[in-house]
Design a protein around this ligand. Structure first.
Ligand code: TRP
Length: 456
């Protein structure tokens, strides 16, 4: 049932499973595979993975719970929700959310375009042995622009179809398929010679690295990116919820599924990197070569699988097709934040909102398609720093300006008072100081990315 105040253009989920799968679909995306593997490779492997898990549990799940609470409680887009709770002074936070959705999708779509390209060329058997060279050829400039535009067009189309027919049905089919394929690949990876060194790099942390500021920020930023937190995406999806299910439990389900998939992706990729001696090509342990690092996944997976001959080409194609679909369900949620703001804020129709904002995002993605340093910079600035900033203020808003309402909302469907108390304490006293410190740690890497872009 629609609440009487909701805009007629809004919409809602058909089933509880539909919501969960769409939220998982938002979380599981390029972040789990493309980003997780390159950031983990950059950040010393196992130390990063361990810190990442800590951030998911201690910061990610409580922040996700907060976003779900705010969404279901207010039943409006994040842009409006923050002022509804905190007053008009909170409007900038809503705009930060919209800006992040806009900014992230602009480069996310470029990478998703690569997955389309690799899927199609995989079918044609047209991926050469030298994938690093090939990646540099198709990953930027005109070829990248073309796939970026096609990917955005598909995303816009689905978002226009709306919540139930578009977002929900896409997720229901695609997510289970992706998971099966990944597990199959992980099992195959386990049979590779020298895979042991890959597992060691991935799973055995060197203690001194656990205190490395860079790795700490990377892990925190990855938690926000991968869980789709800090920009109101989960808030938006929860605003289409009518059932009073336990939001704490939903947050745990979404976060653990997301972590599980990223973890399995690592089990696929790291043995391959070591078996095929690709460490140097992706900048493992060497000086950071941005061009190749962001391409880690695209450079490692094809040669690994090509060794299997024709079967290999089938698997490469299947892998990138799945990755494409995972990216699509995430891109949908990014665009949805922008579209929901336009529908609620200005009373636009879904059609107009999706078409106009999608077209602007196509244009905004052009610099990333032409220059991988720009892409990397946007990923650091918007996809890491601004998400954590959004998460920090979301925690402050919920913990200090709307706590009684939030606790009441959480109490629906969530039995134990002590768990609710724990959540409130974490949101008030743990999340803000931790994120504040991590944001300070993150400043140098944002500056470094900007300098790499400017060549200074
Ligand atoms: N979580 C997605 C991924 O891992 C990307 C994504 C979708 C996202 N929606 C988001 C990231 C909202 C941050 C915020 O690929």
């Amino acid at each position: 049932m629609q609440s009487p105040t909701a805009s007629p253009h809004r919409g809602s989920w058909g089933t509880r499973l539909g919501f969960i799968l769409a939220a998982v679909g938002s979380a599981v995306g390029l972040g789990n595979m493309w980003r997780f593997s390159y950031v983990a490779a950059e950040g010393g492997g196992a130390a990063f993975v361990l810190l990442y898990l800590v951030f998911v549990a201690l910061i990610g799940i409580p922040v996700m719970t907060s976003e779900l609470i705010v969404g279901r409680m207010t039943q409006v887009s994040p842009l409006k929700a923050v002022t509804k709770l905190g007053g008009s002074g909170w409007a900038p936070l809503g705009w930060l959310f919209v800006f992040c959705g806009f900014g992230i999708l602009s480069y996310y779509s470029v990478i998703a375009g690569w997955t389309m390209r690799f899927a199609i060329d995989g079918i044609r058997g047209a991926i050469p042995q030298d994938t690093a060279g090939y990646f540099n050829a198709v990953g930027t400039r005109m070829p990248a622009v073309v796939t970026h535009v096609v990917f955005m067009a598909i995303t816009i189309f689905i978002v226009i179809r709306g919540v139930k027919r578009g977002l929900e049905s896409a997720a229901l089919i695609l997510m289970p398929l992706l998971f099966l394929l990944l597990v199959g690949l992980a099992i195959w990876s386990a049979t590779l010679a020298d895979g042991g060194a890959g597992y060691a790099y991935y799973l055995k942390p060197r203690i001194n690295e656990l205190l490395d500021k860079q790795i700490i920020t990377d892990a925190a930023g990855q938690a926000f990116f991968s869980l789709s937190l800090g920009m109101g995406a989960m808030m938006t999806y929860a605003s289409y919820l009518q059932d009073k299910q336990s939001l704490g439990r939903e947050a745990v389900t979404i976060a653990l599924t997301d972590f599980g998939i990223a973890f399995v992706a690592g089990l696929v990729v790291f043995p391959m990197i070591f078996h095929f001696g690709l460490g140097e090509a992706i900048g493992l342990g060497g000086t950071l070569n941005t061009d190749n690092t962001v391409g880690t996944l695209f450079i490692t997976i094809p040669p690994a699988l090509q060794s299997l001959g024709r079967v290999g080409n089938v698997i490469i194609t299947a892998f990138f097709v799945m990755l494409f679909f995972a990216a699509l369900t995430s891109a949908i949620s990014l665009l949805e934040v922008v579209v929901a703001a336009a529908i609620d804020g200005w009373g636009w129709t879904r059609f107009k909102a999706a078409l106009l904002s999608g077209s602007l995002i196509i244009v905004a993605g052009l610099p990333s398609a032409y220059n991988l340093n720009f892409l990397a910079m946007a990923d650091k600035l918007v996809g890491t720093f601004m998400l954590m900033l959004g998460g920090l203020f979301t925690a402050i808003l919920v913990g200090y300006y709307a706590l009684p309402q939030a606790e009441a909302e959480l109490a629906m469907g969530m039995g134990t008072a002590s768990l609710r108390k724990a959540w409130a304490n974490i949101i008030r006293f743990l999340v803000p100081p931790v994120l504040f410190v991590v944001l300070i740690f993150a400043v140098p890497s944002v500056i470094a990315a900007v300098r790499a872009l400017l060549g200074v």
